[in-house]
Unconditional design. Structure first.
Length: 292
């Protein structure tokens, strides 16, 4: 089955000039169902600080599918595109975690703590299949093992179409794999211009505010002037390179500011409320007060 256009919602948003709206989620059926028809372009199944489980991931991917919506759109991809944040830091030069997540059917990988050109090169290479050196766009040379059947089935396309699409955007304009590297240390900011200049295939740079604020000596003080200055430095470097910059901890209080600053990957967290229960408790308390 051949499909026109991108199946990856993050790529569609960026090519249409829209910022990507994404959010982290544990990999479990309940959360997957809650995200399935939400307002996000991307759900990132969080496996850096949660357990890394391909079984939980595969289960969540199925619960993320809205089959009625697929029929109505005539598009086999999920309404909300699944990514995974893998647990290995960039310095670990790990590859198999990305391979297993991609083989399960996710469309993008977020790599934490990427701080050098070599680490960025490894991240992109882990998401690409090998090809002969004479092939166009050879570097970063792919190292992903060949096991496409589960991913092709999940994407709703045949294996040869999957091969065509399973490359990293924007290096491959028709690719549907999206690589995000996280910038989380002062060292990473120093090396970021070289990473973006020397490693094609990076889809976005996500600022790890928590770890960056730790490295600067102001743990989770996101509004501290030095933390904000470091965030601005990353944004400026990304803008100069033409690579989208991403920011987590997006809230109702700062979302307009982050949009005005030019961030193109924003990560709000869904809020679970107890509004009805709170109203009920207030009503019961008032009734108790009014009862003689």
């Amino acid at each position: 089955m051949m499909m026109d256009g991108h199946l990856n919602g993050a790529i569609r948003a960026l090519e249409e000039g829209r910022p990507v709206l994404a959010s982290f989620s544990p990999a479990d059926p309940g959360n997957a169902q809650a995200f399935a028809n939400g307002p996000y372009d991307v759900v990132v199944f969080e496996m850096e600080h949660n357990p890394y489980s391909t079984a939980a991931l595969r289960d969540s991917l199925q619960y993320l599918l809205d089959r009625k919506g697929i029929l109505e759109r005539g598009d086999p991809s999920p309404t909300v595109t699944p990514f995974v944040r893998v647990p290995a830091n960039g310095s670990e030069m790990n590859q198999f975690l990305a391979k297993q997540a991609l083989d399960a059917g996710v469309y993008g990988i977020i790599f934490p703590h990427v701080s050098t050109v070599q680490e960025a090169h490894n991240a992109v290479a882990a998401c690409r299949y090998p090809r002969p050196p004479s092939a166009p766009r050879y570097e970063p040379a792919g190292v992903r093992g060949d096991g496409p059947f589960g991913a092709a089935r999940y994407w709703g396309i045949d294996v040869m179409d999957y091969y065509r699409r399973a490359d990293t955007w924007p290096l491959a304009p028709d690719g549907d794999i999206f690589v995000v590297i996280m910038c989380e240390e002062v060292k990473a900011i120093r090396n970021l211009p070289a990473m973006l200049a020397e490693v094609p295939g990076i889809g976005a740079v996500l600022i790890g505010e928590g770890d960056l604020s730790q490295d600067l000596g102001y743990p989770r003080a996101y509004q501290h002037p030095e933390v904000e200055a470091a965030i601005a430095d990353v944004l400026a470097i990304c803008n100069d390179a033409g690579v989208p910059a991403g920011i987590p901890h997006v809230t109702p209080a700062n979302v307009e500011k982050r949009l005005e600053q030019g961030f193109r990957w924003l990560m709000p967290n869904p809020v679970r409320t107890n509004q009805a229960a709170d109203i009920a408790k207030a009503w019961l308390a008032k009734r108790k007060e009014d009862t003689p």
